[in-house]
Design a binder for this molecule. Structure first.
Ligand SMILES: [Cu+2]
Length: 172
């Protein structure tokens, strides 16, 4: 655990090196169920959607559902983040014919050493508001990492199970 924490600190220091740019950027410090920081996500508005970068350590190896949840809260427990961002109440799942919802993302894959690094791109949200629901809306939003992979079709969350990571998305 100590080793992963040090590796994570080094990774975060590297990630912080390029100067953060303009208006529509957001970030989330991701904590585990014990409240310790396990990673970080950034959200960059681009012309076509939001580029999401995730770095984490100390997670169980393998695939994990990772989603954008409707409320910017991780306390008293991760259920405070509520369900997915999904104002249209469509079905969950990138594979679902009546989906996907606005919070859906591909899975996060964690290496054998517990670390993960990934980029995702979503056209179904915006950072601060445009045609798509804003991450930085009145009640905020959260990024949630689940214990199991998301099969992208089973309701309500693709069989992704419990919530093992949570980060409140905040303006950068
Ligand atoms: Cu979720």
């Amino acid at each position: 655990m100590k080793v992963s924490a040090i590796a994570l600190a080094a990774a975060l220091a590297l990630a912080a090196a390029p100067a953060a740019s303009a208006a529509d950027m957001a970030e989330a410090e991701i904590v585990g169920t014990d409240g310790a920081v396990i990673g970080k996500a950034t959200f960059e508005q681009t012309r076509g959607g939001v580029l999401v970068s995730v770095e984490a350590a100390g997670l169980p190896p393998g695939g994990h559902g990772i989603h954008l949840h409707a409320v910017g809260a991780c306390t008293p427990d991760f259920k405070a983040a509520k369900g997915h961002i999904n104002p249209g109440k469509v079905k969950h799942g990138l594979r679902h014919p009546e989906g996907p919802d606005n919070g859906d993302l591909p899975n996060l894959y964690v290496a054998a050493d517990g670390s993960a690094r990934a980029e995702f791109f979503t056209t179904r949200v915006s950072v601060a508001g445009a045609d798509m629901p804003a991450l930085l809306d009145g009640d905020g939003s959260a990024v949630i990492i689940h214990e199991n992979p998301d099969d992208h079709i089973t309701q309500p969350i693709g069989g992704a199970g419990g919530r093992i990571g949570c980060g409140v998305i905040a303006k950068m």
